[in-house]
Design a protein around this ligand. Sequence first.
Ligand SMILES: [Zn+2]
Length: 344
Amino acid sequence: MKVFWDPIQLSHSPQFFLQRGRVRQNFEVPERAEILLAACNEMGLEINLPGLVDTRAINAVHSANYLAFLSDGPTAWNAMFDGGSEMVPNVHPTPEMFNQGAKPASTIMGQVGWFVADASCPITATTWPSAFAAASCAIAAANNVADGHPTYALTRPPGHHAYMERAGGHCYLNNAAVAAEQLRLLGAKKVAIIDIDSHHGNGTQGIFWDRADVLFASVHGDPNGYYPWYVGHVDELGGGDGFGCNINLPLARNTADAGWLEAIEYLITSIKKFESDALVISLGFDASEHEPLQFLAVTEDAFARAGALIAGLNLKSVIIQEGGYNKEMLGKLLRRFLEGFLSA
Ligand SMILES: [Zn+2]
């Protein structure tokens, strides 16, 4: 199995994080990627740079204004009087404002609140190069999969909480959506995305909400008690042409292997019915029983089983790295999932 990875992704090193009213150290750290890379090397997987890629898929899933904000925002922020070292929002437009014609501001403070959903996504000058390199890995992996080889994109920062024009939940560019779009550009008529990160992939759902050519199928912790709090419910089925192409299976706190695998089997059955030509796997490891902000209680054996079950779909598959924050477990969980996937 080929791996796509670019060391530029290590340069993004967010510090600020807000949790339960306390400012804490952000836990989406470069070391996560170093651990995953070490696991790939231990498995003897071939590591490749993405190189220069066709960026049409990035421009298709993100707005031009948002991409300009990510790349140019830090310059404006650093020129601001008495600013901190990272761009962090402290005000957001509300639904009432949207209903009454809210518009993005031209000043950087107003833009940060518009384009960033929460306080987990600090932005500096190193954020854009890292996020762009991760999205490039997703594109390169999709290109490789088009020839029939399953491929792992070691994407960090992760992506599935990023909307068309909004960062959130440690995510800036939606790598899974970019991979799905690239597979469409390469000729796949329909693409399915299975998201097994323990958080709902709200950004991916949002990007493909009204599209019938991409199925989004997610198993995650119940948003009533877990990030992203407001979406990820079972009655979110997609809109317009995309109605029926969005499947959410929220699970109760402390759901263990049996319930998690049963949900994955249900998603696999739905993907078979959808009859897609290709698959994107949003692979997060935070469903682990050892996760620091533990909600689900999944063992490493179940990650191996999940890999085998998903590989059984026998579709051209791009594996995209999402979350997972237990540095002791990340390498082992990646190895178990990939070994399960490759054994099927
Ligand atoms: Zn997650």
